[in-house]
Design a protein around this ligand. Structure first.
Ligand code: NAD
Length: 272
């Protein structure tokens, strides 16, 4: 049997980290070797994840985790994720970063360091394969139906608006529209009677952010043409939906070159 990929999880006591621990424990080709967090230290990571004891104890020591891992999966906070990514690359461990909020400057530094030490890394803003496909399909469709608006809907605890996925979708749609300059049918300059009525504008694309209890994470991309609309919708209803994407990244990251952003290359889709 091929050697199993040794996985360390940073943020192992968090909501996403627990799911990752459980998913890795269930995968025959992967092995959980370390769990790092500042909370629930001393507890068995498998028990915390609701999967039963696995013998890996949650610890604050990233160094010890990196000494025995091939891949570090990071679901922490933006202020920790860059330091973890840097430490992993310097230790020869491939980071797979799910933590959102890294800046363009962070990504440039990660790209440079990854090239310098010759260790591949992935930063993935959205691990839900359906959401990645939604963005790809929206960009394809926008070449033919250039009038596009995005409605993103999230739970009431989400702090940022618009969502990172909505921003990325807008940028991809805008890039696709630039390739084929089909004319917009929406007259420019219509006045808003109340500020914000037409949503935020990102690269010429309107984004409407809805925050309500009862929602999880949802997005609609609505494309309009004369006498027709096309709606592409994705719904995340459970954190487990991110796990096939996380496991895919863990399996492929060491075969990548340098820094890879997004799951697209791993899915055989055009890179972002
Ligand atoms: P959470 O608050 O439940 O968990 C974060 C955990 O990280 C906490 O247990 C915290 O103690 C721990 N932590 C903080 N700093 C640390 C450090 N230096 N080392 C080790 N552990 C540390 O948050 P969550 O809901 O699990 O989300 C985590 C991140 O993942 C957020 O940035 C969120 O936006 C992102 N996220 C990304 C995706 C995606 O598809 N890429 C999906 C969902 C969430």
């Amino acid at each position: 049997m091929a050697k199993r990929i040794r996985v360390a999880v940073a943020g192992a006591a968090g909501r996403m980290g627990r799911e990752v621990v459980r998913a890795v424990l269930e995968a025959d080709d992967l092995e959980i070797v370390a769990a790092v967090d500042h909370v629930l230290t001393g507890a068995d990571a498998g028990v915390v994840a609701g999967a039963g004891a696995c013998g890996v104890i949650i610890s604050e020591s990233l160094d010890r985790a990196l000494a025995c891992a091939d891949v570090l999966v990071d679901f922490t906070v933006p202020t920790s994720a860059m330091a973890n990514l840097r430490a992993a690359l310097e230790a020869g461990v491939s980071p797979v970063v799910g933590t959102t909020g890294l800046t363009e400057t962070d990504l440039a530094e990660a790209r440079a360091l990854s090239g310098q030490v010759g260790v591949a890394a992935m930063v993935v803003p959205n691990f839900a394969i359906g959401a990645v496909l939604m963005m790809t399909f929206a960009a394809q469709a926008a070449r033919h139906l250039p009038d596009v608006e995005i409605v993103e809907l999230h739970h009431e605890r989400k702090l940022d608006a618009p969502s990172g996925t909505a921003m990325l979708t807008a940028r991809r749609v805008a890039a696709a529209r630039r390739q084929d300059a089909a004319p917009s049918l929406v007259p420019a300059g219509a006045e808003e009677r109340t500020a914000g009525a037409r949503g935020a504008e990102v690269e010429g694309i309107r984004i409407h952010s809805v925050r309500l209890p009862g929602l999880v994470a949802h997005q609609e991309v609505i494309l309009g043409g004369v006498g027709q609309t096309l709606t592409i919708r994705h719904d995340s209803t459970d954190r487990r939906g991110f796990m096939p994407g996380v496991l895919l990244a863990v399996r492929v990251v060491r075969g990548m070159e340098g820094l890879c952003i997004g799951l697209e290359p791993a899915l055989g889709l055009a890179p972002v």
